[in-house]
Ligand binder design. Structure first.
Ligand SMILES: *Cc1c(COP(=O)(O)O)cnc(C)c1O
Ligand code: SF4
Length: 367
């Protein structure tokens, strides 16, 4: 059974509304497609009762095989390990609740604030950081009232950048989205807006030239998206990114390091160089936070750092993202670099490793 390939023949395939209408929500459809055993299908169904299924046909069609281990399938197929109790997993390890002065706004860094504009997504990613907020009701809830958040921003002149996140803010009704952008533009201290959206990856059809032109018409807008695997880079995503760039919206990427999906150097190198070919700057490579229901995707920070070092050896500096993770309890982001320093001489000369691992002294400036 190859339903998603045959769906491609439908004239609606290139229409984002058709894609949303035909999004797969029934775990049994995935299980049948993948040919799962009754026991495995029952486990998928049980997991989906807690963390639902949602995937656009476009995204599912990126799977090369109807195989539960496929890197596309693994990002959307419920895994019974999501339900395992684990002492390390917390629904909200980043304490976003604590740094939220008004509903829907997270203010952790002095000059920027994050607005959770909607709970709706086009695809529910199994590794999602905000998995705790998933519910069928949330997806259909009317858009939040941004009044309190806007009032807070108005009173905090130090905030120069607003990150609009979610959920996926590009799924907001157009009136709501453009109304929000206009309200931000009316605040004199807001210099830039950063949209966090996975639509370039999972619903690129939404990024039409007209929509992108409207997004880019006011304040300088940047878009941060989330490509996790080179197979996600397609002619459709190139088109979507092209439309954003032509509208003056630079596109950066935040990959989540995912065990069994992209935690090997060749895959990351193919992803990061492929992003450059589509004119997307790799910005972050995130180590998975200890979010309940996602722990089986975590690789370990040291393993991630070793991968970053391999990446730095093999690809253009432009292709190398910053490796980072969030400290639990709202401690904020930490960026880690492989350490190239390996010692110092008495006269102050520091010794670094070169890319082949050989020590090389680097003279200090003369006093
Ligand atoms: C990640 C994050 C930001 C943005 O951080 P950058 O390093 O500028 O990308 C802002 N606010 C919150 C709450 C965040 O978690
Ligand atoms: S698109 Fe983003 S917010 Fe939505 S499920 Fe995926 S990771 Fe979570």
């Amino acid at each position: 059974m190859e339903p998603f390939d045959t769906w491609k023949q439908d004239p609606g395939w290139t229409d984002w509304r058709w894609q949303l209408r035909h999004a797969v929500r029934d775990p049994a459809v995935l299980s049948r497609w993948l040919g799962l055993t009754p026991a495995a299908a029952a486990a998928v169904w049980r997991t989906a009762q807690r963390y639902p299924v949602l995937a656009t046909p476009y995204y599912l069609a990126l799977a090369e095989h109807a195989d539960p281990a496929d890197p596309i399938v693994r990002q959307v197929l419920p895994d019974p390990r999501e339900l395992l109790p684990d002492a390390d997993g917390s629904p909200d390890p980043l304490a976003e609740g604590r740094d939220s002065p008004v509903p829907g706004l997270i203010h952790r860094y002095p000059d920027r604030a994050l607005l959770v504009a909607t709970q709706r997504c086009a695809v529910l990613c199994r590794h999602c950081l905000r998995k705790r907020a998933w519910s069928p009701a949330a997806a259909d809830a009317p858009p939040a009232d941004f009044g309190p958040a806007l009032a807070y921003l108005r009173e905090h002149a130090g905030i120069r950048e607003v990150l609009i996140s979610g959920g996926d803010p590009l799924l907001l009704p157009e009136d709501t989205l453009f109304g929000l952008l206009a309200a931000l533009q009316a605040l004199p201290q807001i210099e830039i807006v950063r949209l966090g959206s996975r639509l370039p990856v999972v619903l690129p059809q939404r990024l039409t030239p007209e929509f992108c032109a409207r997004l880019g018409a006011g304040l300088p807008v940047w878009l941060a998206t989330q490509f996790n695997h080179p197979r996600e880079l397609t002619p459709e995503t190139a088109q979507a990114v092209g439309n954003l760039l032509r509208a003056g919206i630079p596109v950066v990427n935040q990959t989540v390091l995912l065990r069994g999906i992209n935690d090997d150097a060749p895959t990351l190198a193919a992803l990061c160089t492929g992003l450059l070919r589509q004119r997307v700057k790799p910005y972050y490579l995130f180590h998975g936070d200890p979010v309940a229901g996602t722990l089986h995707f975590r690789t370990g920070v040291e393993a991630g750092l070793a991968l970053l070092e391999e990446l730095e050896r093999s690809v253009s500096g432009l292709a190398v993202p910053a490796f980072a993770f969030d400290l639990p309890g709202g401690g904020g982001k930490v960026r880690l670099e492989p350490s190239w320093r390996c010692g110092a001489l008495p006269d102050g000369t520091v010794v670094y490793r070169d890319r082949q691992g050989q020590p090389r002294p680097y003279p200090a400036p003369r006093p």
